[in-house]
Design a binder for this molecule. Structure first.
Ligand SMILES: C[S@@+](CC[C@H](N)C(=O)[O-])C[C@H]1O[C@@H](n2cnc3c(N)ncnc32)[C@H](O)[C@@H]1O
Length: 381
């Protein structure tokens, strides 16, 4: 497939030119064919469909050119929706439940993993198997174990790994939150799904001095890559080393919902106003991380109408509390709050805490994982 080869070379050149791919991993990205791992059926955004049913099937046989371009774009590819049972109208998908991660993000995580020849790695979230293959290219297939919770996804990855020459890599079907004890101890654990709570099994199955790398987040702001070093006492410590936005580990998923199910125009919302721009509380990574750590079970997302207007939604699904901030070209911006929790008041108070603390950056949060708890503490510089 000469065209696949050309697209792959172009993808690697792009990653290299943007400084996203370090030397030790360039050979792996150059020699492992990504399209071998991409299923025949993938899911594409339907820009014409507002809101709920925004993923449409794209079959390789129907549009081989677009399928191949997707396979070598520097973008994530949705490879499964709704746990394999598309729940939208006319066979559309609602929620992405497995994907091939964005190549630049994979390169960033693999670099952060700091592997050396001979190391043994446990990967959680096999997905397509492409990341496992990159690890196998560098470390040898026998030194990599990967756990995937979805049996169909795991089966596809096994077949793709075998086709790519990495059939010796063990893909385990199971809950990766338990790690994979028969293969322990590992030098590195890498998770390619997000954890709000880092499972202790990953720490317990890593040798002292080894590392655990996982996307981490809060309901409010799912966006940090956490690196932990395992100590001789069996606890792990570390912090946020970069951005990362991944789907959640299955048991830690926050159910997706439609705004109209939670926010009802007939609600008697309390109306007030603020001068705080929504980007300051929900877009700025340092503030949003701090707010998410102080305001629990509150999701946030911003819907832009155009560059100057839009709505920030704050939602606690459990008790149907919500707040909205409506951005207009000039402040003040209207606030509406409804339900048991006054979510805007909570977010505003947490934002004020962050300002008063001197606007701490994400790397000032120290993570400690013990057998019984996950502590995330603010460490004043
Ligand atoms: C972003 S995809 C992984 C991308 C993948 N590493 C690749 O190279 O294509 C996340 C995967 O994690 C899997 N997953 C979610 N929760 C899991 C769990 N508890 N244990 C194992 N796999 C899990 C999902 O089914 C999904 O396939």
């Amino acid at each position: 497939m000469a065209e696949a080869q050309t697209l792959r070379v172009r993808m690697v050149e792009g990653l290299t030119q943007r400084g996203e791919l370090d030397e030790p991993w360039r050979a792996a990205f150059t020699e492992v064919a990504r399209h071998v791992f991409v299923p025949e059926l993938v899911w594409d955004q339907d820009r014409g469909c507002a809101g709920d049913c925004d993923l449409v099937p794209l079959r390789r046989a129907e549009d081989p050119q677009r399928w191949l371009e997707l396979a070598y774009a520097n973008a994530f590819i949705a490879t499964q929706v709704d746990d394999g049972h598309p729940s939208g109208a006319e066979g559309r998908g609602f929620e992405v439940t497995s994907s091939a991660s964005m190549p630049a993000v994979m390169a960033q995580m693999l670099t952060a993993l700091q592997v050396e020849p001979g190391m043994r790695v446990l990967e959680i979230g096999t997905g397509t198997g492409y990341n496992a293959a990159l690890l196998a290219h560098r470390l040898g297939a026998a030194n990599v174990v990967s756990v995937e919770i979805d049996p169909t996804v795991a089966e596809h990855a096994r077949a793709a790994l075998a086709a790519a020459g990495y059939g010796a890599l063990r893909v385990v079907t199971g809950d990766g939150a338990q790690g994979y004890l028969p293969g322990a101890p590992y030098d590195r654990v890498i998770c390619t799904a997000a954890a709000a709570e880092v499972p202790y099994a990953w720490v317990a199955q890593t040798r002292p001095g080894g590392r655990v790398l996982t996307p981490w987040g809060t309901a409010y702001y799912p966006g940090g890559l956490v690196e932990l070093t395992v100590g001789p006492d069996g606890t792990a410590t570390g912090g946020i080393v970069g951005p990362a936005s991944f789907m959640w580990l299955r048991a830690q998923r926050i159910p997706r919902y439609t705004i109209s199910r939670i926010i009802r125009p007939a609600d008697t919302a309390i109306v007030s106003s603020t001068d705080v721009h929504p980007w300051r509380v929900a877009g700025e990574v340092n503030a949003a991380t701090a707010i998410g750590l102080r305001v629990h079970d509150c999701e946030s997302f911003y819907h832009a109408e155009d560059s100057a207007t839009g709505t920030l939604y704050l939602v606690d699904q459990r008790n149907r509390s919500w707040a909205t901030l409506h951005l207009t070209p000039q402040p003040p911006y209207e606030i509406r709050q409804s339900g048991h929790r006054k979510l805007w008041d909570e977010v505003k108070a947490a934002y004020q805490w962050w300002i008063d603390a001197g606007e701490p950056a994400v790397d000032t949060w120290r993570f400690t994982i013990t057998p019984s708890s996950q502590r995330i503490e603010y460490c004043r510089a």
